[in-house]
Design a protein around this ligand. Structure first.
Ligand code: NAD
Ligand code: MN
Length: 476
């Protein structure tokens, strides 16, 4: 297991010599002692990325060869899927089969952007006068990628893969809870042939290494995924250097069940929407909006299903609910559960748990009779806690769905295809799932409206965030 910083294709200790422990939240075991990057290390990594970006070696590299390197990294990662998935589960607490899905999406993302590397083109422009004009799409420069702990390798890949495809170089700062798979990925990138400085990994704290990256004049762009609170802080700190920003922030996504839905599918979708990944999912369907006439039936089925999700060892195949990422996150989630007990009706779960006396677990929890204005409805909990509300008719459903500062995702359950598309258009969110939930694909842009951020990960659109457009005029 790699536990040092990865800078300029070298494994190095932190300049300070400091290290920090990584804890398995399902067992409370310390599983690694990782070099703790600080401002000096960020400086070294940015210098390496800058030098690489400006080097003849990188500049003269054919885009197709960059694409081949990404494809090779995909193959190498695929070959290590089981091992790296297990590492992801051990540092994050999520179920092993979910970690395997994460690694598979990372592999596909690398392949997808490997394919884009030689297909980035400008336009010829119909300007007036005796001129020929065209645009060049050029890499924005050095990219700082700052990512959260919930999909550690996956979300990192959503950033460094398109950045490298566009011709940028990257300094990746993983979350301090989950640095290990990013470091494993550095091994992969080295073997895939990326030159020194193209891809660097500096684990460390947010307020130290993270802030240093955001403020660094040698960084041209920050691509951040994390909380809305830190996103706002990054916007302020990026102002002095006029940094480009992509911000993927929090969510409180509505999952809307109309009375004419396939209720069995809707309940299953509601369950996956909130309990997949222990609810530590930015797009989690954490507000379940149920049309009044089917409310009792939906809640009854949902409660039955929630009660079957027994917390357990996430490495064991039969387990259906893993560990919360950390003790402090467990405490945060439980403080919302306690608020919910005061303001709404608890119908399933509601307790912190351990497994064999260890670990940070929370039961699959459902609150009924929830309403806007309650903490459990208005705030992102980032845990396995669902707030159920009722509505009557399409307009009320849409209004309730949009009654949030967030706009990351939404689910719609109905057999009426016209209604489904009409409602999809009126939801202010970056992704809408109709009769499904939690679907991701490298080809589908992902990101937020409103306080869920701006810019997009994935798809062709993500590349725009790593490119500048230059207009070139030629007198004829
Ligand atoms: P966080 O905002 O606490 O931290 C995210 C990253 O930012 C971490 O690497 C952290 O070390 C770093 N960081 C913290 N303070 C910083 C600072 N001042 N300057 C620079 N970097 C700093 O988020 P988290 O607790 O790791 O993750 C949970 C949050 O992430 C939730 O709000 C969730 O909705 C959000 N999230 C959003 C998406 C999305 O695509 N929109 C995806 C996953 C998670
Ligand atoms: Mn946090």
């Amino acid at each position: 297991m790699k536990t040092d910083l990865f800078i300029n294709n070298d494994w190095v200790a932190a300049a300070s010599g400091d290290r920090f422990p990584v804890v398995n939240p399902a067992t409370e075991d310390v599983i690694a002692d990782v070099a703790k990057g600080g401002p000096d290390d960020v400086d070294a990594a940015v210098d390496a990325a800058r030098t690489c970006f400006e080097s003849d070696e990188w500049r003269s590299l054919n885009p197709r060869d960059r694409g081949h390197m990404l494809a090779k990294a995909a193959d190498l990662l695929a070959g290590r899927r089981g091992e790296i998935a297990e590492l992801e589960t051990r540092q994050n607490g999520k179920l092993l089969f979910e970690s395997k899905i994460d690694i598979s999406i990372s592999v596909e993302t690398l392949r997808y952007y490997g394919g884009w590397a030689d297909k980035i083109t400008g336009d010829t422009l119909p300007v007036s006068g005796p001129f020929f004009a065209y645009t060049l799409r050029e890499p924005v420069g050095v990219v700082g990628a700052i990512v959260p702990w919930n999909f550690p390798l996956n979300i990192a890949t959503w950033k460094y893969a398109p950045a490298l495809a566009a011709g940028c170089t990257v300094v990746l700062k993983p979350a301090s809870e989950t640095p290990l798979t990013a470091l494993a990925m550095a091994e992969v990138m080295l073997e895939a042939g990326f030159p020194p400085g193209a891809f660097n990994v500096v684990p460390g704290g947010g307020s130290t290494a993270g802030t240093a990256l955001v403020k660094h004049p040698g960084v041209d762009k920050i691509s951040f995924t994390g909380s809305t609170e830190i996103g706002k802080q990054i916007m302020r700190e990026a102002a002095d250097t006029v940094k480009r920003l992509t911000l993927e922030l929090g969510g409180k996504s509505p999952n809307i069940v109309f009375a004419d839905a396939d209720l069995k599918a809707a309940v299953k979708g509601a369950q996956n929407g909130i309990f997949y990944g222990k609810g530590e999912v930015c797009a989690a369907g954490s507000r379940l909006l149920v049309e009044a006439s089917v409310h009792d039936e939906v809640v009854e089925q949902l409660v039955e299903r929630a009660k079957r999700l027994e917390p357990g060892d996430p490495l064991v195949r039969e387990t259906r609910l893993g560990a919360i990422v950390s003790k402090s996150q467990q405490e945060t989630v439980m403080s919302y559960v306690e608020a919910g007990k005061r303001e709404a009706t608890l119908v399933a779960g509601g307790n912190a748990r351990d497994v064999n006396g260890k670990g940070y677990f929370v039961e699959a929890t459902v609150f009924d009779d929830a309403k806007p204005g309650m903490k459990i409805v208005d705030e992102e909990i980032f845990g396995p806690v669902l707030a159920v509300m009722t509505f009557d008719g399409v307009d009320e459903g849409i209004a309730l769905a949009n009654e949030t500062m967030y706009g990351l995702a939404a689910g719609i359950w109905t057999k009426d295809i016209k209604k489904a598309h009409r409602v999809a258009q009126r939801i202010r969110a970056g992704t809408v799932w109709i009769n499904t939930y939690n679907m991701y694909d490298p080809a589908a842009p992902f990101g937020g409206y409103k306080a869920s951020g701006y810019g997009r990960d994935l798809g062709r659109e993500s590349l725009d965030g790593f490119l500048e457009t230059k207009s070139v005029w030629v007198a004829l």
